[in-house]
Design a protein around this ligand. Sequence first.
Ligand SMILES: [Zn+2]
Length: 209
Amino acid sequence: MTCALAGGMCAVAGMMPDLDSGPGIPMRESVAFAAAVVPMVMIHRFNQIGLPLEAMILIGAAIYLAIRFGVSWILKHYAIHRGMFHSFPAMAIAGQITFLAFGADDPLRRYFISSAVVLGFLTHLVLDEIWSVQMGMFGPKFKKSFGTAMKFHGPKLWPNLLTYGLFILLGAIAAGDAAWNERMAVVRQQMEQASRSMQTTPAPWAYRR
Ligand SMILES: [Zn+2]
């Protein structure tokens, strides 16, 4: 199941950088798809916080609306094609967001799923660069878009600052969360061991319903 999910996430992440390509049916459909899937990815997170079912449904609906309308508004107005969406820090941010949203108890599964997203994103960047080189009569020719996909920073200051700010902020939160996740995994293991050893000793009394 984890592999199937990782495969799906990898495929979707491979399309993600082109969300900056302006309004149209591909963008609308991708954003709608993300809006539907993200709350489901986050279900276990809500469970960990201890939210009741009603709150989970309400928050899930709120996330749907925020992505469906909020994110698509931001993309429409601020995303520039081949801007910072096509860059290594954006790839890291996609991985960090996935890591934070997908709150599996087993840390290894979280790393696996977020690595799948990073891999999918990277594939897109690499392919964009490959397609910007054409073989001409006199050796390779470079299109104008060469070097705009696999990059660490863009030509403008503010998108760079925003991207790196987000990258550092999410990195700090994800690192804290990963440490907590690892600790909880150890605690859970110890509790399981303890409960197993408890089962072998016969109870001195019997419960009755
Ligand atoms: Zn692209």
